[in-house]
Design a protein around this ligand. Structure first.
Ligand code: SF4
Ligand code: SF4
Ligand code: SF4
Length: 379
């Protein structure tokens, strides 16, 4: 594999199970902000999008900014075709049987003279924040009809900045205006250094940096750091109607803690997976994949861990610890550092061991005899 000369450091990326080239040396934060989103539970109510927008991006020049957005897959995307455009450019993605990525990351595939393989969205691409909502079929010509049986599916993908371990936005910035905080791994733009070259917008494959047309500098999700510093979870997490989200901190891959709910879901149960791990950024929003979607689509989106994640998720009703962590989603606005199961309850604690949440671990009977009705549980 020929590697561009500026890829000076070999860094370890546990999500693709190999070393890769990156412009800066590996420097993992002590603890990494991380999120788990359970896609199976999202109802696309957009409360998260509105909560973020009204809190952080209601000013002039921020009209097209959705630091949090929820799009319908497979046809929706904001900005338009954000993932298709980069997937097409990143030709030839492949994985070994043991889960090692054998294709090139966006750093390794960068064209001569560039640091990241990217593309810059045009104005049009920001014109349709919710295109394709609830669509489960591509465009059908008038008069066409389908008489066979086909699998109809779609799902909602909630997206925020991944506060990547190896951010492409940071790698590409010629002004070194983007930095990753040592204390929690949140990735921020230093607005006094930014000159609006938009290299970060071009580089981020998730398109989660935005250009402010009034101030002429870049802005992005700030991980709600003023809340996180107070031990509280971000706005888009605490307002989530479906309780699909949990924010906490991921430990370093060589020192996971089983009682840390995020480590438990990501490292131990491997039920929550990164979005497009093949890009090589080690993103830190982890998704529980939707159980009803064709596997080929999910492999492309979440990598080779999909089968295990779905099997584990489906088995949660027989796994009390796992069920307990699911019950803690949306149970408190504080950040849960550790959990345990006690009798029929899930308990969540802060970093000094104070109790934050106590919720019953309970599965509803499938058939409710009293009311003569069937009830579904997730999973
Ligand atoms: S608030 Fe929660 S359920 Fe509603 S769209 Fe956002 S992630 Fe989905
Ligand atoms: S998702 Fe994009 S904007 Fe966020 S840290 Fe990663 S590369 Fe940067
Ligand atoms: S973490 Fe905060 S800033 Fe980032 S998308 Fe969520 S609400 Fe917006």
């Amino acid at each position: 594999m020929s590697v561009a000369s500026w890829l000076v450091s070999k860094v370890k990326n546990w999500q693709i199970k190999r070393e890769m080239g990156y412009p800066y040396a590996e420097s993992r934060p002590d603890k990494q902000i991380a999120y788990v989103f359970d896609i199976n539970k999202c109802i696309a109510c957009q409360t998260c999008s509105v909560a973020c927008k009204t809190t952080w991006t209601s000013g002039k020049g921020q009209e097209v900014m959705f630091w949090n957005n929820v799009e319908t897959k497979p046809y929706g995307g904001y900005p338009l075709r954000w993932d298709l455009n980069i997937l097409k450019r990143l030709n030839g993605q492949s994985w070994d049987k043991d889960g090692t990525y054998t294709g090139k990351t966006v750093f390794e595939a960068a064209p001569q003279g560039e640091r990241v393989l990217g593309w810059l969205p045009g104005e049009e691409d920001y014109s349709y924040p919710n295109i394709g909502e609830d669509e489960c079929s591509e465009i059908v010509e008038r008069g066409d009809f389908f008489s066979g049986i086909h699998k109809v599916w779609m799902f909602y993908l909630a997206r925020i900045c991944n506060h990547c371990t190896y951010p492409a936005c940071l790698a590409a910035c010629p002004r070194k205006a983007i930095y990753k905080r040592k204390e929690d791994g949140i990735v921020l733009v230093d607005q006094s250094r930014c000159r609006g070259y938009r290299e970060c917008v071009r580089a981020c494959p998730y398109k989660k940096t935005f250009f402010n047309l009034v101030t002429r500098i870049s802005e992005k999700c700030i991980g709600c750091y003023p809340l996180v510093e107070k031990g509280e979870q971000p706005r888009c997490v605490t307002t989530c109607i479906g309780k699909i989200r949990l924010q906490g901190f991921l430990s370093k891959p060589d020192s996971p803690r089983k009682d840390n709910p995020i480590d438990f879901l990501v490292y131990y149960k491997r039920v929550a997976l990164p979005l497009y791990p093949q890009f090589g950024l080690e993103p830190n929003v982890y998704y529980i994949p939707p159980v009803h979607v064709p596997r080929e689509f999910l492999y492309q989106m979440f990598g080779p861990g999909v089968d295990n994640a779905i099997e584990t998720y489906r088995n949660a009703k027989n796994d009390k610890e796992l069920l307990a962590v699911f019950m803690l989603f949306g149970s408190t606005n504080k950040i849960i550092h550790s959990f345990k199961v006690e009798k029929e309850y899930a308990l969540g604690f802060d970093n000094s061991g104070e109790l934050l949440a106590r919720v019953p671990v309970y599965i509803r009977p499938y058939f409710d005899k009293k009311n003569g009705t069937y009830r579904h549980n997730i999973p």
